[in-house]
Write a protein that binds this ligand. Structure first.
Ligand code: SF4
Length: 496
């Protein structure tokens, strides 16, 4: 059951920080998103719909992209390193040589497990006694290593270091042995952690989401075709409509005439990732029935209630703090203005080796609108602080350009613990908030005041209780048992 890349781009890995990779990062201060997942089933060639969907979800992964389609007898696969437009480039206004087949899945990736190589890019394909299986996965299988050892003992061969390959081999083995329904049931009982996935078994398309519903997964309809995607913005862009979420713990088959739930499994509790609402997802997406933009403006409103200040203007850190700044302005009555302009075409700067070059890179990336800040008391709003290295320079930039006061307002409580569910935040030492009080952080950032949103205001802004959200990177308490970490559902007896 080894992976079978039918066709693939062999250019290999791009250097980290390649200029082809543009995202919302100013200087590497934000965590990198994991992956985008897409699935298509319809009356027409799947390729272009999957391609357009992946382009709409490019913000969820810029390291590699791939599409697999089933043409009636063979699984066709093309994947490569870089942006979707690098892997599937246009020629004369068209992307040539589409893969044939009316059912397809797609994937963009930012690595969280495994290395940054083509072998680890999605989708993954295997052949088995049933034919072909292809998998696109967003999230992280927390017990991938132990499952892999177990599968190796049973004779499985692995070609990559990716947890997605482990997930696919487990599904392939269980479904081949036990049939579709019992096979899914068996695999889901073994897979721990976070997954939102699209799976093809020959020309059949399935969507599956882990029991905590950690990563988003939605189904929509465009014309008479069904699309599974990480975010609902895909359906708007393609002129279609969102039908529903894939429920936590649900495995559903996407058929020509509808969506059929085939397995529902229960875990300890629901734990949607709060960071999807804070930063990852596009503001025009609706995740688990909640519009992301509305959450972000509510966060800004809550910030203004928790940390009011006398000021003349509210300015966002572009682009990530925009909706939160708008909310702060609305609730406080302080004028909103753009005051920082981002150069979208400058290189990502976190690869620059020295502090001096990083500082000049911030200037290359951000410039000020002098009239908006000169002689003003500024409220500067951002969505979150991970490393804090950029914000210090932004505050200094505002002061240098005439701001008389700079008050920082942050729309996410302090991030202090790693993510084990598919986000590139793996060690505690990288977090600015670890080992510093708010006052120490304020001083280091050079701000006149600093206010972080509270956890209760965050959950209120999202509109869900703490028992429906993952807050692991804020609290260090996780909804899935992680060795060495506190487990949210630990019973007292387990301590003995
Ligand atoms: S630990 Fe943080 S980033 Fe990771 S899933 Fe939970 S809330 Fe999201």
């Amino acid at each position: 059951m080894a992976s079978i890349p039918i066709t693939s781009d062999k250019r290999g890995a791009l250097p980290v920080g390649s200029q082809t990779q543009e995202s919302d990062h100013i200087i590497g201060q934000k965590p990198d998103e994991h992956c985008a997942v897409v699935g298509f089933r319809g009356n027409e060639n799947a390729f272009y719909s999957v391609l357009l969907s992946l382009r709409s979800l490019q913000h969820r992964g810029q390291e590699s992209a791939g599409i697999a389609t089933f043409d009636g007898s063979v699984m066709n696969l093309k994947k490569g390193m870089g942006l979707v437009s690098d892997v599937f480039p246009e020629r004369d206004g068209m992307v040539p040589n589409p893969l044939v087949g009316n059912v397809g899945i797609g994937h963009t990736r930012y690595s969280t497990q495994g290395t940054k190589t083509l072998e680890n890019a999605g989708p993954f394909v295997v052949s088995n006694t049933m034919g072909y299986m292809a998998l696109s996965h967003n999230g992280e299988i927390t017990n991938a290593e132990s499952l892999k050892e177990e599968l190796k003992r049973k004779g499985s061969v692995f070609q990559t270091s990716s947890d997605t390959e482990v997930m696919l081999i487990q599904l392939s083995r269980d479904i081949s042995e036990k049939g579709i329904k019992n096979g899914f049931r068996s695999a889901v009982s073994k897979l721990k952690g976070s997954y939102a996935a699209a799976l093809m078994i020959n020309d059949r398309l399935f969507a599956m989401r882990d029991p905590m519903g950690n990563r988003p997964l939605v189904v929509g309809k465009v014309n008479d075709n069904y699309i599974v995607a990480s975010e609902s913005c895909v359906f708007d862009i393609m002129g279609g409509e969102l039908i529903r979420n894939i429920a936590p713990g649900e495995v559903a088959e996407i058929k020509q005439d509808g969506i059929e739930t085939i397995v529902v499994s229960k875990g300890d509790g629901i734990a949607h990732c709060m960071f999807e609402y804070v930063y990852f997802a596009r503001p025009d997406s609706i995740i688990d029935d909640v519009e992301v933009f509305s959450v972000r403006t509510r966060i800004g409103e809550q910030l203004s209630r928790e940390y009011p200040v006398e000021a003349d203007v509210v300015i966002p850190v572009p682009d990530s703090g925009r909706a939160q700044a708008l909310g702060y302005s609305r609730a406080s009555g302080i004028e909103y203005s753009e005051g920082l302009i981002k150069n979208r075409y400058s290189a990502r700067t976190f690869i620059m080796p020295t502090q001096k070059s990083r500082t000049s890179a911030v200037k290359l990336k951000l410039n000020t609108i002098k009239s908006a800040i000169e002689g003003k008391r500024v409220v500067l709003v951002d969505d979150s602080i991970i490393r804090g290295n950029t914000l210090k320079h932004v505050v200094a930039l505002l002061r240098k350009n005439g701001a008389t006061e700079v008050h920082l307002r942050i729309g996410c409580p302090p991030v202090v613990a790693p993510c084990y569910f598919g986000v590139d935040m793996k060690t505690r030492d990288q977090f600015f908030a670890v080992g510093r009080s708010v006052e120490e952080m304020r001083k280091e950032l050079g701000a006149d005041s600093l206010g972080y949103l509270s956890i209760s205001s965050l959950t209120k802004s999202i509109g869900m209780g703490e028992n429906s959200l993952c807050l692991g990177c804020l609290t260090g308490i996780y909804p899935v048992s992680i060795p060495g970490e506190k487990y949210l559902y630990q019973t007292e007896l387990e301590g003995y």
